[in-house]
Design a protein around this ligand. Structure first.
Ligand code: SF4
Ligand code: SF4
Length: 160
């Protein structure tokens, strides 16, 4: 979550972005190879993850209901994400922002499904991006291109 803007208490009560329906598995977090290696073995968190091409492998689903959600392996339902900052995917730390490729151009877009972000004035978000976060996201994405998602309709672009 974008902790500079979102309140920890509303995120703790929500946890929407740490749970995935089948159709939102494309959003499941991608981890850098060194973190995958660490979290695939017994580790300090006491939770071993399964990964596929850097993405946390989630499931199984237990019903045919497309609304069924499965939680991220590293979510504690009471405390939230158990990972420390250095092991948390960059994607998760900037949610609900997304770096996307729109016809060959990198853009920063807003995920419309976060229930809290609509309460934050867009100008406030843009100011945060202009103050350095935008450049930080672009730099990270250039060095870790696997986090770049293909642009999807309905995601408002707020920074180019
Ligand atoms: S979806 Fe939004 S409000 Fe909910 S936990 Fe994620 S960042 Fe917080
Ligand atoms: S790694 Fe942490 S923040 Fe990211 S989806 Fe899993 S529990 Fe949520």
């Amino acid at each position: 979550m974008l902790s500079a803007i979102l309140s920890k208490s509303s995120c703790a009560a929500c946890k929407f972005c740490c749970s995935f329906r089948r159709q939102s598995l494309w959003e499941a977090p991608l981890f850098p190879p060194e973190v995958v290696e660490k979290l695939s073995k017994p580790n300090e968190y006491g939770v071993v993850g399964e990964f596929c091409n850097g993405k946390i492998a989630l499931g199984p689903y237990h019903t045919e209901n497309p609304e069924e959600e499965v939680q991220c392996t590293f979510l504690d339902p009471r405390k939230g994400c158990i990972l420390k900052g250095e092991d948390k995917p960059f994607d998760c730390s900037i949610w609900p922002l997304r770096i996307m490729d729109k016809e060959g151009e990198l853009v920063i877009a807003l995920t419309p499904t976060c229930p809290s972000i609509g309460k934050v004035p867009t100008q406030e978000l843009i100011k945060l991006l202009q103050k350095g976060l935008g450049e930080k996201i672009f730099r990270y994405a250039q060095a870790h291109r696997y986090i770049i998602k293909e642009y999807r309709e309905g995601f408002p672009i707020i920074y180019l």
